[in-house]
Write a protein that binds this ligand. Structure first.
Ligand code: CIZ
Ligand code: SF4
Length: 365
């Protein structure tokens, strides 16, 4: 007979070192039945236990191809949902702390998006003229909305390809929830700023005139990442005054002005690859989450590359930070006892339609 479910309270007083020992022991017992995925933004104390690290898409794809029965996703809620959607039905996805959400993903919800779609329908024929695109940083029901409306999902590493696919089908895009990724990608594809309008869902007709909607190519949901909004052009200017040879690299969730000033703009995977492959004796100013930047700094310092974080203030993702060694130890030790805690299960009708929009994206590569 298996032991009773272990309550999280029993873990809250454990030190990180105590958790380390217990996590390692549980991993050993579970062996290949369990895979731990660590997103690039996870804190070191958790990241070091990951079997694989990567961006959300790479991790979910890995999970789906793995033999593991249990996928323990050290990341945030929407990522675990994607893993559940892409994995086999018998695989179980676990999010060690259910409070690990994403504030950007929460800026769009199904009710707001459906209301917006109806409003857009009062001005034009939305289903014939607009392709809805959701950034992977969104809830599964929004991915399902895209599936139902012949839309698609994108990530920060494939947004341009996805937008090209959309423009081959219809003339306009409704892009949610990140205004910045939408604008930065559209602009790099040659869409003029005036043809990209911001949809403020708290206002009737998104705060736009019918004329603005009719002439727009991209309608950008007014959402943003609280971490990436901290980066400002002044930080680049100040740093470059001291070190003019600095190479600037930014994530496309940063604002338009920062991305315009950057030498490179790209996803977390792209940022890591670019700096890793750069020549020695180069100096980098990086605009993305602090845990990733700090690890990269350590990794490349022996290659005589200097990595600096763009913001003078700490810009960690507070929801990514929720996953701590205590929650990881709790989830794993319960698995050892045969108890699944914090399983992420997308409702079956949403799953089908969300998979359709994810598969549309995956088929482009
Ligand atoms: O898709 C991801 O993992 C996120 C949130 C960002 C990125 O650029 O990888
Ligand atoms: Fe969401 Fe921003 Fe955190 Fe990424 S860094 S998970 S977009 S809040």
């Amino acid at each position: 007979m298996s032991a009773a479910l272990k309550p999280i309270q029993d873990y809250s007083l454990l030190t990180d070192d105590e958790c380390d020992v217990r996590i390692q022991a549980a991993k050993k017992t579970l062996g290949e039945r369990c895979v731990i995925l660590g997103h690039h933004y996870q804190r070191n104390e958790v990241f070091k236990h990951a079997d694989v690290s990567g961006d959300s898409l790479k991790l979910s794809k890995y999970a789906a191809e793995s033999k593991a029965d249990y996928i323990v996703f050290c990341g945030v809620h929407f990522m675990a949902e994607v893993a559940d959607i892409l994995s086999r039905p018998e695989q179980v996805t676990i999010l060690p702390d259910l409070a690990a959400g994403c504030s950007m993903a929460d800026m769009a919800n199904l009710k707001n998006v459906e209301r917006s779609w109806q409003e857009l329908n009062s001005v034009l024929n939305a289903d014939e003229q607009i392709t809805p695109v959701t950034y992977i940083n969104s809830a599964a029901d929004l991915k399902a909305f895209c599936g139902r409306h012949d839309g698609i999902v994108c990530t920060s590493s494939n947004a341009e390809k996805v937008l090209n696919w959309c423009f081959d089908k219809r003339e306009k895009i409704l892009f949610f929830p990140d205004e910045h990724l939408g604008r930065n990608t559209g602009y790099r594809m040659g869409i003029p700023q005036e043809e990209m309008v911001v949809w403020d869902f708290s206002q009737p007709l998104g705060g736009l005139t019918e004329e603005q909607i009719k002439s727009a190519k991209m309608i950008l949901w007014k959402g943003f990442c609280s971490v990436h909004q901290m980066f400002q052009t002044k930080q680049i200017d100040d740093f470059k005054k001291k070190h003019p040879d600095t190479i600037v690299i930014a994530h496309p969730e940063a604002n338009f002005e920062v991305c315009e000033k950057a030498d490179y703009v790209g996803s977390t995977e792209m940022i890591l690859k670019t700096v890793r492959e750069a020549k020695p004796n180069t100096r980098w100013l990086v605009a993305t989450e602090l845990n990733l930047v700090n690890r990269l700094k350590e990794e490349v310092k022996d290659q005589k590359k200097e990595v600096h974080f763009m913001s003078p203030t700490v810009a960690m993702c507070s929801t990514m930070f929720r996953t701590d060694p205590q929650h990881l130890a709790w989830a794993l030790e319960n698995l050892v006892e045969g108890h699944v805690v914090n399983q992420i299960q997308v409702a079956s009708d949403d799953k089908l339609m969300a998979k359709k929009s994810l598969d549309s994206m995956l088929s482009l590569f």
